[in-house]
Design a protein around this ligand. Structure first.
Ligand code: NAD
Length: 307
């Protein structure tokens, strides 16, 4: 029999993922502290629960896609948390929460008979909507086999990275440190080129035809920065959280990260200056402000799709 599914956290990523599971025919019960985040799912027939424990009392497998490690710990382990649900036997965390939280949650849920699947994603809001996410997974092999058909509804590439809790989170935060590094370095360089008199769009075309090409120049500049839409769909606050998670783990391991720390400072500055909902692509505005230029596209362009 098909499992009943729970989904907690229906934000930019969670809502489209939950919609895909529902469209694939699974019965879904959802929960979010923001009522407006639930409206779309409720309209298409999902049950709505008041607390994570209520979700876990109705669902065999419960997914979460939540903003911070603190929220994940509260939703999984709090008094109204998943651990106190009566039905859920597998918990799947699709958030980016770092290895330490994944290990803590996995250890404590196991004492309640709940297995944990660490399953952070990359591919952004578009990937969540289109079912083309890359999903990194660490869990025991039996739980992996059980959730694989569900993950295949959500992602195009499912990468099993190992059995130990937290391994997938480690892979994810390293990926995001590099994505942030590409973004910050590209903003700095493209603003410099614009100040020197280059047309920003021409400069991006040059970079994307050469060895400087990266995820920021190939994707975020053409789609969100040059047209000044700043709609990539990933908040500066979330990127800062991910970079911090990576550097915290590096520090625990005794690994110096010179470049990573410079990127963390820049992301932290932007998060402190910006609005809570600010899109990560808006980080370029700080560089523009310092240089007194604007990086704007002049011609309609087809973005190259590499992310
Ligand atoms: P978001 O802020 O849009 O969504 C988070 C949702 O969780 C919101 O709807 C919020 O109301 C809800 N929430 C907060 N506290 C809650 C609680 N206690 N109980 C129930 N619901 C609660 O964030 P997002 O962009 O969807 O990201 C979710 C996770 O996925 C984050 O960990 C992020 O780092 C990761 N991620 C995001 C992207 C992206 O492109 N947006 C890509 C990969 C990974």
């Amino acid at each position: 029999m098909e499992p009943n599914l729970g989904f907690i956290g229906l934000g930019a990523m969670g809502a489209p993922m939950a919609h895909r599971l529902q469209a694939a025919g699974y019965r879904l019960v959802a929960c979010d502290t923001n009522a407006s985040a639930l409206a779309g799912l409720a309209g298409s027939g999902a049950a709505i629960a008041a607390t994570p424990a209520d979700v876990a009392s109705q669902a065999d497998i419960t997914f979460v896609s939540l903003p911070t490690p603190e929220v994940v710990r509260a939703v999984a382990l709090g008094d109204d948390g998943i651990r106190n649900g009566k039905s859920t036997k597998i918990y799947v965390d699709m958030s980016t929460t770092g290895a330490t939280t994944a290990q803590t949650v996995a250890r404590q849920l196991l004492t309640c008979g709940i297995a944990s699947v660490d399953a952070p994603v990359s591919g952004g809001v578009r990937g969540a909507r289109d079912g083309t996410l890359t999903i990194m997974v660490s869990t025991d092999p039996a739980s992996y086999q059980r959730v694989l058909p569900l993950l295949e509804v959500l992602g195009k590439k499912i990468l099993y990275v190992g059995a130990a809790a937290g391994l997938a989170q480690t892979a994810k935060v390293i990926n995001n440190l590099l994505a942030a590094t590409a973004m910050v370095a590209s903003c700095e360089a493209v603003v410099m080129g614009t100040k020197a008199g280059l047309d920003p769009q021409t400069l991006i075309d040059v970079i994307n035809s050469g060895s400087g090409r990266n995820g920021a120049t190939a994707e975020k500049f053409p789609r969100s920065i040059l047209p000044r839409t700043f709609n990539h769909g990933f908040k500066t606050q979330l990127m800062y959280k991910d970079v911090k998670l990576c550097l915290e783990q590096a520090e625990q391991l005794g690994i110096p990260m010179w470049v990573g720390n410079a990127v963390k400072q820049m992301c932290g500055f932007a998060a402190a200056q910006g609005r809570p909902e600010e899109d990560f692509t808006e980080i370029i505005k700080h560089f523009e402000h310092w240089a007194g230029v604007e990086v704007r596209g002049t011609l309609p362009r087809q973005p190259t799709d590499v992310e």
